[in-house]
Design a protein around this ligand. Structure first.
Ligand code: AMP
Length: 398
């Protein structure tokens, strides 16, 4: 079980604290179009302000590819943070340069500043030790609160921890606590639901979860390779021929371990993939045992929705990652909505991995009924794979 120090385990008063946040927000014409990530970072920042730290925030935004490019400036973030915190957040015009040092030196207790986009330096993604050292020289303590980049070993997400005491903020703390407990010591029955387009993307997740869960539910495009492994006809549905044997192995492994593996029993099919993706589509529901040769499965059918929802109803812990169908299309979103609804109605510990499933839960207005919505798509997948995340491993143990 991960047992990392957090900001509540150290004394931050009067100290310069470098905080890696995930401020990678969408910006259009200088205006932030979704500020969820900024709002998510506020508890950690407010705690540090209230405890008289001198707060130096840093983040990446977009892909400036290692050069200064004001298209990717964090200026809109500094302004938005200032509004939320009710105090000025100074933006340094550089990352480790003169202005950053001057502004850091003039911070008073409870002040907050923001460095420019760390990816203006190619050394950031290269995890260059000299760059990490330069970042570290701005502060006395390092806090990582950017779960979305915790699976990357970059200078500001991991390297800097070699030179400063390193702890997590509240966002990462919650990810570790909730997801760590689900994987190490879950309340049972433990049900995992996996969806999304490709089996290949989730091979290690499937394998790791099979050794932890009581029920594994597979939906979405990845289900057809499993159905094919059972000898079923999948029509023109998404199919990864090279992974049929892997899926057959997983079916066998599930049986050996006594894990119930649930696959779709009925499927919503169409002759063609909708074009545009949210355009009109002609559908019918067929048995998943024999999808017609000229049809493709694009969502789970009604019986499957019920089957999956019932499995969730009996669970004490539920982890969900990936949509059940082409949810971008309203006609093909019913399976994904049904799973989101089942999680929202459940009293279990419910965890939604980042990415599409998190967006679906948010759009449907169910977010407040979910125990934990992970703030990192890629990072939460790697966590579920049982991998060590560099941005977490680098932090000091309690
Ligand atoms: P992922 O990025 O692997 O989580 O996959 C998400 C994508 O999977 C979404 O864009 C869905 O439209 C797509 N998807 C889900 N089910 C299907 C399906 N049955 N056929 C094709 N694409 C699907």
């Amino acid at each position: 079980m991960l047992n990392k120090k957090s900001i509540t385990d150290i004394d931050v008063a009067g100290k310069k604290v470098l905080v890696r946040c995930d401020f990678n927000v969408p910006v259009k014409d200088g205006v932030i179009t979704d500020d969820n990530r900024i709002v998510g970072a506020l508890p950690t920042i407010r705690y540090l302000v209230d405890h008289n730290a001198r707060v130096i925030l840093c983040s990446h935004l977009g892909r400036p590819k290692g050069t200064f490019n004001l298209k990717y400036t964090l200026a809109p973030v500094a302004e938005k943070l200032g509004e939320y915190l009710g105090k000025k957040v100074e933006l340094a015009s550089d990352v480790i340069g003169e202005d950053a040092h001057a502004k850091a030196a003039s911070l008073k207790d409870g002040d907050v500043m923001l460095l420019e986009n760390v990816r203006f330096h190619a050394e950031e993604e290269a995890n260059d030790p000299e760059f990490s050292k330069a970042l570290a020289s701005l502060a006395e303590i390092y806090v990582n609160d950017a779960f979305g980049t915790a699976h990357r070993a970059h200078a500001s997400t991991a390297g800097v921890a070699d030179y400063l005491p390193a702890v997590c903020g509240f966002l990462i703390q919650k990810e570790i606590d909730v997801m760590g407990k689900a994987l190490d010591d879950p309340d049972r029955p433990f049900v995992a639901i996996l969806g999304g387009a490709k089996v290949a993307d989730k091979l290690s997740v499937i394998e790791n979860l099979l050794s932890k869960v009581d029920i594994l539910i597979i939906g979405g495009g990845m289900a057809y390779t499993f159905l094919a492994a059972q000898g079923k006809k999948t029509g023109t549905s998404l199919l990864d021929e090279s992974k049929i044997e892997y899926c057959a192995d997983m079916l066998k492994k599930a049986e050996e371990k006594g894990v119930k593996l649930l696959l779709p029993v009925d499927t919503v099919v169409s002759p063609v993939f909708p074009e545009p993706i949210d355009g009109p589509v002609e559908v019918e529901t067929v048995c998943s045992c024999c999808i017609p040769d000229d049809k493709m499965g694009l969502d789970i059918g009604e019986k499957t929705r019920e089957l999956f929802a019932n499995a969730v109803k009996g669970a004490k812990t539920v982890v969900w990652n990936g949509p059940m169908g082409v949810f971008e299309n309203p006609t093909l979103a019913k399976g994904t909505i049904a799973v989101a609804q089942a999680l929202a109605d459940s009293d279990a510990v419910t965890i939604v991995g980042g990415g599409d499933s998190a967006a679906a839960v948010q759009q449907l207005g169910f977010a407040s009924k979910i125990t934990h919505i992970s703030t990192g798509g890629g990072a939460s997948l790697e966590f579920l794979e049982g991998k060590q995340l560099p941005g977490i491993t680098c932090l000091n143990d309690k």
